[in-house]
Design a protein around this ligand. Structure first.
Ligand SMILES: Cc1cc2nc3c(=O)[nH]c(=O)nc-3n(C[C@H](O)[C@H](O)[C@H](O)COP(=O)(O)OP(=O)(O)OC[C@H]3O[C@@H](n4cnc5c(N)ncnc54)[C@H](O)[C@@H]3O)c2cc1C
Length: 87
């Protein structure tokens, strides 16, 4: 997460140059909520690891209005499948 000496988004190489008090695995809803709450204490340094290739600067990721276009694209979407659920 954002800190005075680290960028908010960075490569794995940059990530590994720093020390963290907590590392959150998975930058989804729960992971980012936990990370954001932890960083409310400015003395705590938190790193978030997200799966997949780095997409820093990719407009498909950085432009919120483009999110419908990434759904179903395996470059960005896990494309998890499900089956009809038994009631
Ligand atoms: C199409 C769609 C629309 C939705 N719309 C809404 C809505 O409008 N409102 C709403 O409230 N909810 C909505 N939901 C549901 C909501 O997105 C989920 O309930 C919520 O994101 C679950 O949060 P989570 O933290 O459990 O999982 P996620 O948000 O899925 O986070 C898990 C994260 O972990 C990462 N990850 C997985 N494996 C690894 C690994 N090995 N290493 C590192 N990272 C890993 C994943 O890439 C992901 O970023 C929607 C879901 C879908 C699929």
């Amino acid at each position: 997460m954002a800190n005075s000496d680290t960028p908010a988004l960075c490569s794995v190489e940059e990530f590994l140059k720093h020390d963290y008090d907590f590392i959150v695995v998975g930058g989804g809803t729960a992971g980012l909520t936990v990370a954001a709450r932890l960083t409310e204490n400015a003395d705590i340094k938190v790193g978030v690891l997200e799966a997949g290739t780095a997409s820093i600067g990719d407009p498909m990721i950085m432009t919120p209005a483009l999110y419908p276009k990434i759904i179903g694209d395996p470059k960005y979407d896990w494309i998890h499948r499900s089956v009809p659920q038994v009631r």
